[in-house]
Structure formats: C-alpha cells, structure tokens
Design a protein around this ligand. Structure first.
Ligand code: SF4
Length: 112
C-alpha cells in the first residue's frame, strides 16, 4: 500500500507488527513503523497501533502515531518533494549508516 510493505497487520486490533532480527534497537525502526501507521491513517484506518518486536533481544515496543509525528512526517515529505523537484541532486554525503541501507546501490553505484 502506497509504497510500504508491512510484515504483518492485525485488522482486529489495527496493529502493525514489525519484526527486527537485529540485536540493536534503533530509532530508525520506530520511524519506519510510524511511517506505516501514518500511511494507514491516511488511508482511513482509525488510530492504528504499532508493535516493534526484537526476538533476539526479547524486547517489544508499542508505538502510536502522535500529532507531532504526523507533523514531522509531513515536514520530511515536503523536504523530499523539494529534493525531487529541484534540478540538481544534493551533494553526496556518505555516512556509516549507508553501508546497511537498502538504497546503498542506488546512491553509490558509481563508487568503487
Ligand atoms: S545509502 Fe543513500 S539513502 Fe541510504 S543512508 Fe546513505 S545517502 Fe541515505
């Protein structure tokens, strides 16, 4: 739906389940789930909930979409739209997170 791929969605409780096989909890994981909740909310799901699960750590984290999250996601989307509509791509800035990023090959295809 709208470019997202949810691991598992429980329609009875309106809960998105996202399972992370890593042994480290990261803020990026929370924003990933919040973005899923945002898309569901945009598509008419009332008060969707999220559950981040870390089987290796035996940890779980409940997430809800707050008003401030919606504002932040809208702000980021505006930034993305500006980048897409500008004639020049932003200057490349490789960071340590790039190594594990799904878009690595798109961003750094011409790098040795
Ligand atoms: S690989 Fe590209 S999209 Fe991924 S973090 Fe690095 S710059 Fe961002």
């Amino acid at each position: 739906m709208d470019g997202i791929k949810i691991d598992y969605y429980d329609p009875e409780t309106s809960t998105v389940h996202e399972i992370k096989k890593t042994n480290k909890m990261e803020l990026a994981h929370e924003w990933q789930v919040k973005y899923y909740l945002y898309v569901l909310w945009k598509n008419g799901i009332q008060e969707p909930k999220g559950l981040l699960e870390y089987p290796k750590l035996k940890e779980r984290k409940d997430l809800e979409l707050q008003e401030k999250d919606i504002e932040e996601i809208n702000r980021i989307r505006q930034e993305i739209d500006q980048i897409i509509s500008s004639e020049k791509a932003p200057v490349k800035n490789k960071k340590s997170i790039c190594r594990k990023c799904s878009y690595h090959d798109f961003c750094w295809v011409d790098e040795v």
